[in-house]
Design a binder for this molecule. Structure first.
Ligand SMILES: *Cc1c(COP(=O)(O)O)cnc(C)c1O
Length: 344
């Protein structure tokens, strides 16, 4: 598979490491667990949107853009990575934040990714939950055009056939890395949301002829809708790279049993997964995506879904900055008691 004809900028730190998780493997007593560190893509504290932005920002430059518009949830990691690179490239960046959770927590609304969006120089504004965010972006683009600017709209999560090329590439990188380590990948697991990551990965894995089973753990939509959306985008990606029938419907598998009450709303499994990964592997997950993805993986291992001796690679898609939007979800009672005692 050759993606070299597609315009791409280079600002991610690649390849990201592929490492064993020995302590977590031992603790769970199931398959051998590995982690692909896409939380370490470098730009603005990293994450999976950076690979997509290498292609999207190249397209923006080709189209003569001087302004970027995108959207996401309040604690969007995509927004943070987009603002950071847009600012570095001398472009203005408008971010529409959808209030998907309704949280009134101060940290959720001002800290974590929001704080960094502002620090990187983003122009932020909120929209209510359920707003038609694509229409909102189109309206803003129209207004900016009237002001003489040339805006470029990046869809939520950077998930279109251009952005997803970043994850076609990531799959090729992963297959090559595993081969060099003599690692037979049986399963690849990751959190799936706006679908670009899974659509790119499934295309890249098929393109590389990998036998690994890909599993997306959903963070928002129910399974039929999530799989349908991933497949739709995967078909567009395949058409874009000129291999239209590469991905079949049955290659797209999502498990959406770990969403809990909704997108961005904490679950006990997420808190357990984030805490275990911090203490066993010294790795920071996030509360919205990788924490729920890992919660799903841990639960499936406990249920015996994987064989001992199989190799499972978890793709860490980043997002730890969002932990600072959710500190209230983690309770450390002994320390709290000691603080109130020392204040008394
Ligand atoms: C956006 C995001 C995802 C999901 O990727 P999609 O391409 O939107 O499906 C997973 N993890 C983190 C940390 C993210 O920010």
């Amino acid at each position: 598979m050759d993606l070299s004809r597609f315009p791409r900028l280079s600002f991610a730190h690649l390849p990201t490491p592929l490492e064993p998780m020995e302590n977590l493997t031992k603790k769970l007593g199931g398959p051998n667990l590995w982690i692909k560190r896409d939380d370490c893509t470098g730009l603005a504290s990293g994450g999976n949107k950076t690979r997509k932005l290498e292609y999207l920002m190249a397209d923006a430059v080709d189209k003569g853009a001087d302004t970027i518009i995108t959207q996401g949830a309040t604690q969007s990691n995509h927004a943070r990575q987009t603002v950071a690179i847009a600012s570095r490239m001398g472009m203005e960046c408008h971010i529409l934040l959808e209030d998907r959770t309704g949280s009134k927590e101060k940290n959720y609304n001002y800290n974590g990714n929001v704080f960094l969006d502002l620090l990187f120089g983003g122009k932020l504004s909120k929209r209510p939950a359920g707003a038609d965010m694509d229409a909102e972006m189109a309206d803003l683009a129209e207004q900016l055009r009237r002001e003489g600017r040339t805006p470029y709209i990046i869809p939520g999560g950077g998930s279109n056939e251009i952005g997803a090329l970043g994850y076609v590439n990531a799959a090729l990188e992963l297959v090559e890395q595993a081969a060099a380590m003599n690692l037979r990948m049986d399963h690849v697991v990751h959190a799936t949301g706006s679908t670009g990551t899974q659509a790119g990965l499934v295309t890249g894995l098929q393109g590389a002829g990998s036998a690994a089973h890909l599993l997306g753990i959903g963070v928002r939509a129910p399974r039929p809708k999530q799989e349908e959306n991933v497949f739709k985008l995967a078909q567009k990606v395949c058409a874009h790279i000129g291999q239209p029938d590469l991905v079949k419907r049955e290659h797209v598998v999502a498990n959406c049993d770990y969403v809990g009450d909704g997108y961005g709303l904490p679950t006990d499994g997420m808190v357990e997964a984030v805490t275990m990964m911090a203490r066993l592997e010294a790795i920071l997950l996030d509360p919205v995506y990788s924490g729920k993805g890992m919660a799903g993986l841990i639960d499936l291992i406990r249920k015996g879904q994987f064989e001992k001796g199989e190799n499972v690679v978890f793709i860490h898609t980043g997002g730890s900055v969002a932990l600072f939007g959710y500190p209230h979800v983690f309770s450390f009672p002994d320390y709290r008691a000691s603080v109130s005692q020392s204040a008394a």
